[in-house]
Design a protein around this ligand. Structure first.
Ligand code: AMP
Ligand code: DBH
Length: 555
């Protein structure tokens, strides 16, 4: 079944992308068998005590896909997935790709507020979650979400064996047992989706209060990952360490997990970027590549400066997600004794990498260039006119792995896409004489908190529901550790004094992800306005940047 709400590329471009070998008409679900053919008994995935070879990976993907069919899932269905970094997540994405079911990849930090909105928007037929992770009961969360999402069928729980008596959820681990027989293989063959169809949904940090979901097709995502692996020189000797959430486009396909597997390398999964376990894993498994956000790189560089001997195996540290200071790039390269590669990417598509044959200076001060000869980029002024070469402007893009619209969101698309299918990135960039892009700022109303994007409008809509608040504006304020944190300006209703705790309570009550909780509150009796009558956020940002103190109450 074809999903509605997915914007297609124009037919002549689809043909061109095929002719140029970008789109190979292979489904993500067909890849594990090809990999197994090539790499057989070599290890593919390491997750704690579990090691899966390429052959085992392919077998488990098929078994899981058969079980998903038996649970009633069909091509065209979407499922909500919230898993920590684990091999089951990788198996699930590939098994879904085998049968045309599209996983909607939530982050572990998401709660009811995000899960319900996105679950409804994508009309998910099932939810896959984990049992308790780091003390939080994801299973209970998923059950609450299922009750709020009319389309939601079964809740599948990874590590759900502890609740075997509970018939309201399905133990995911049971779906990985057994082997496929002839009839199963026929079932799988019959369920093979069209490679032009949606393979998975990624979330965008977004610019509005309503969720924005990005559909990625088999063709576009396979190319996204394969070409990334090529550009980054991944091969059978690549050992890629996952420390950021695997549901993130950076970790999943830039080149990430899928790119590593395509190259015949080995993926090592860790639950988080904590320094000690990460450094241990790098030493133990001979990790050659990993990907982190600048906030993590700072911690790693500090720790590595104290460390002897060096992390010898590490060749490339990929850094992306938010602005990365050149000084930190240089410091990280020295401290970790590896190349630093900048990645300027987006779940919406376009990926830029600094190249490994460029000098270290470019890798420190630019954010790289696109991966595809058919990635088109324009740098435009506020009227949409192209700026002179080398000048600053907003980056627009289109290309073979940049979808032409958000999923089922015509009103967002009107704003976020320019005529001709150009995605407005909201990023202010300039072209360096080297041909690489330099990200200089942002035109979109987003707060980038250590790589996590938060739409100011989402925060404002929530906070405006407080009876003590007359008007509210959410802005970023600079922070050494995370780059930016969240500041909220509030104009109170007469006689009221809203506090940060009021906002924290509201967010907890609504089940908003923790990383969106504001860390600074300014209660004011007047807000600055622009000529068109909007809150003048530029003025507020300038004011915040000038004040270094954190007014968060102690304790
Ligand atoms: P999302 O649309 O949520 O996938 O987030 C993508 C956005 O993250 C980009 O449009 C940029 O604003 C930001 N971003 C990603 N990588 C970088 C980078 N290397 N430097 C600066 N900003 C980045
Ligand atoms: O920030 C991002 O969204 C991002 C960063 C680096 C991304 O999506 C990517 C690489 O693929």
């Amino acid at each position: 079944m074809t999903r509605t709400g997915v914007a297609a590329w124009p037919e002549h471009l689809a043909q061109l992308y095929r002719a140029r070998g970008y789109w190979r008409d292979r489904t993500l679900g067909s890849l594990p068998r090809q990999w197994a053919h090539r790499h057989g008994d070599r290890p593919a995935l390491l997750d704690g005590d579990v090691t899966l070879t390429y052959r085992e990976l392919a077998e488990k993907v098929d078994v899981l896909a058969v079980h998903l069919i038996a649970l009633g899932l069909r091509g065209g269905d979407n499922i909500l997935v919230q898993l920590p970094n684990c091999h089951e997540l990788v198996l699930l994405v590939l098994a879904c790709g085998r049968i045309g079911v599209a996983p909607v990849l939530m982050l572990p930090a998401h709660r009811e507020h995000e899960m319900v909105a996105i679950g409804r928007h994508t009309e998910v037929a099932a939810i896959v979650t984990a049992d308790a992770v780091r003390g939080f009961d994801h299973r209970a969360l998923a059950c609450r979400v299922a009750a709020e999402v009319p389309s939601a069928g079964p809740v599948l729980v990874v590590g759900g064996g502890a609740h075997r008596r509970d018939t309201s959820t399905v133990d995911f681990d049971m779906l990985l047992g057994g082997a496929c027989d002839e009839a199963d293989r026929a079932r799988l063959a019959a369920a093979t989706p069209d490679p032009g169809e949606v393979a998975l949904f990624l979330l965008s940090g977004g610019t509005t209060g309503v969720p924005k979901v990005i559909s990625r097709t088999h063709n576009d995502y396979e190319y996204n990952s394969r070409r990334s692996a090529e550009v980054c020189g991944f091969g059978p000797d690549t050992v890629y360490l996952v420390v950021l959430p695997a549901a993130h486009n950076f970790t999943l396909g830039s080149p990430g997990i899928i790119g590593t597997l395509m190259a015949g390398g080995r993926v090592v999964l860790l639950p988080s970027p904590s320094v000690a376990p990460a450094f241990e894993a790098i030493a133990e498994h001979g990790v050659t590549h990993t990907a982190a956000v600048p906030a993590v790189v700072r911690r790693w560089a500090e720790a590595a400066e104290e460390l002897t001997p060096r992390l010898k195996s590490l060749r490339v540290l990929q850094v992306g997600g938010s602005l990365f200071a050149p000084e930190l790039a240089i410091r990280a390269r020295k401290a970790l004794g590896c190349r630093v590669q900048q990645v300027f990417g987006m779940a919406e598509g376009l990926l830029n990498y600094t190249r490994l044959d460029e000098d270290d200076d470019l890798a420190a001060r630019t954010q790289g260039r696109p991966i595809s000869p058919d990635d088109e980029i324009r740098v435009v002024d506020t009227d949409g006119a192209e700026v002179p070469h080398g000048q600053e402007g907003e980056l627009l893009t289109r290309g073979p792995y940049t979808p032409r619209g958000y999923f089922a969101a015509p009103e967002h698309n009107e704003r976020s896409f320019a005529p001709g299918g150009w995605y407005r990135t909201g990023d202010l960039v300039r072209l360096d004489p080297s041909g690489n892009l330099v990200v200089v700022g942002r035109a979109k109303d987003v707060i980038n908190r250590g790589g996590e994007k938060i739409a100011a409008a989402e925060l404002e809509q929530l906070i405006a529901t407080l009876p003590t608040v007359a008007e509210v504006a959410a802005i970023p304020y600079p922070d050494n550790e995370l780059g930016e944190r969240i500041c909220v300006y509030v104009l109170p209703r007469p006689g009221h004094l809203p506090t940060l705790s009021d906002i924290e309570e509201l967010f907890a009550e609504r089940g908003v992800a923790d990383y969106k909780v504001p860390e600074r509150l300014r209660v004011v009796d007047v807000l600055p306005y622009t000529e068109v009558g909007k809150v003048d956020k530029k003025a507020l940002c300038a004011k915040e940047a000038a004040t270094a103190t954190d007014v968060r109450p102690a304790g």
